[in-house]
Design a protein around this ligand. Structure first.
Ligand SMILES: C[S@@+](CC[C@H](N)C(=O)[O-])C[C@H]1O[C@@H](n2cnc3c(N)ncnc32)[C@H](O)[C@@H]1O
Length: 350
């Protein structure tokens, strides 16, 4: 039987082929401040008004706003004089404006200015099996975080990227297990302190130490911990080479996915040694399904880990294996239904 006409129209392939145009439209509208301006104006605006405020061309702005309507980021309607006016969709005001507590603005900015450039060399990454900092930015990635933190500005941007996703997923990963029994928590590679803040707000008796490289700790203190909180402490160090502070629980959020299995085991061995008996480790990562069928987000993230890091995304069983190799037992996995999930493992008392 001949295929029906709609069956031979490759809708999905066309969408994938042109998917980068959607990403770039979102990036540009965010970076130019379209959503911030429409939010601040408090009334729908014409393309001309938006262009005037942003200092952009009327024609270009009209096309950009129209594409944002197609992406359902904006809505368009005719005003009483027949002019087309634009306003933010609810999700745009909530997630795309800089000042929103749930803002993804900094994730979008980093995707646009760094990740997008690395992905240009995805073919090379797959051929060579290595990240593409050298090609994308002309810098060696022998020391991965030296490359990522190639200037203070880049470091702040990376930290804002890390911070931003926890605006929407942080509470889920920290409350996936009841952590109230752990009084002292050490967030290894705690970066901007977003998860430390979640811990102290969810568990009223815990103290959290943010452990990170010295320059990151300094930026965290200056840029991200605006209010002093005596339950959040800072500790400068290198988790591969320095002693780890003693704690009941160690958090490793998006740390293991940066590194090879061997380096993960080295780090987990150190965590195991430092951990109090009866304590544990909370691994927070995006997880691939056991049968390789998805989810697409983790499948794309593992490509991203290839172009950007030394690591990979893994399956829950692979993390369990790494934890087991370091001595941790009684491993439980909690899928949150969002991008990141939690795995809790224990150091048994003898
Ligand atoms: C991918 S980020 C994850 C940040 C944070 N845990 C989160 O999920 O938002 C990796 C973190 O590990 C830190 N890091 C990398 N190498 C480190 C080392 N040798 N010692 C301590 N921290 C390190 C980085 O500075 C960065 O904050």
């Amino acid at each position: 039987m001949a295929a029906a006409k709609e069956d031979i129209y490759p809708k999905r392939i066309l969408e994938y082929m042109e998917g980068f145009m959607m990403s770039k439209t979102l990036f540009v509208a965010c970076e130019l401040g379209v959503f911030d301006h429409l939010h601040a104006s408090g009334r729908p605006l014409t393309a001309e008004e938006v262009a005037q405020e942003l200092g952009t061309s009327k024609d270009g702005t009209e096309r950009l706003l129209s594409a944002c309507v197609g992406l359902e980021l904006l809505s368009a309607q005719s005003d009483e004089t027949g002019r087309v006016v634009y306003s933010n969709a609810e999700m745009s005001s909530m997630f795309l404006t800089k000042s929103s507590p749930r803002s993804l603005y900094h994730s979008i900015e980093y995707n646009s200015n760094t990740i997008y450039l690395c992905w240009r060399y995805l073919t090379d990454a797959i051929r060579e099996g290595t990240n593409q900092y050298e090609r994308a930015f002309g810098i060696s990635s022998k020391d991965l975080f030296k490359a990522l933190y190639r200037s203070e500005e880049e470091m702040v941007k990376f930290m804002q990227l890390m911070n931003s996703i926890w605006n929407i997923c942080g509470q889920d990963v920290i409350s996936a297990f009841n952590l109230s029994q752990f009084r002292s928590i050490c967030d290894l590679g705690g970066c901007s302190g977003a998860l430390a803040k979640q811990c102290v707000s969810i568990y009223p008796t815990c103290k959290v130490t943010i452990f990170d490289l010295p320059e990151v700790v300094r930026v965290c203190r200056d840029h991200f911990l605006s209010e002093e909180n005596e339950r959040i402490l800072l500790h400068e160090g290198d988790f591969f080479n320095d002693d780890l502070p003693e704690a009941d629980l160690y958090i490793l959020a998006r740390i293991l996915h940066d590194w090879t299995d061997d380096r993960c085991i080295d780090l987990l061995n150190k965590v195991y040694q430092a951990c109090r008996p009866g304590g544990g480790v909370l691994v927070i990562e995006s997880l691939l399904y056991e049968d390789d069928s998805g989810p697409l987000s983790a499948q794309l993230y593992t490509l991203n880990m290839l172009v950007q890091t030394e690591g990979r995304e893994r399956k829950a069983s692979e993390y369990t294996h790494l934890l087991d190799a370091a001595g941790f037992r009684d491993t439980h996995v909690h899928m949150t239904g969002k991008l990141y999930h939690s795995i809790l493992a224990r150091k048994m008392t003898e």
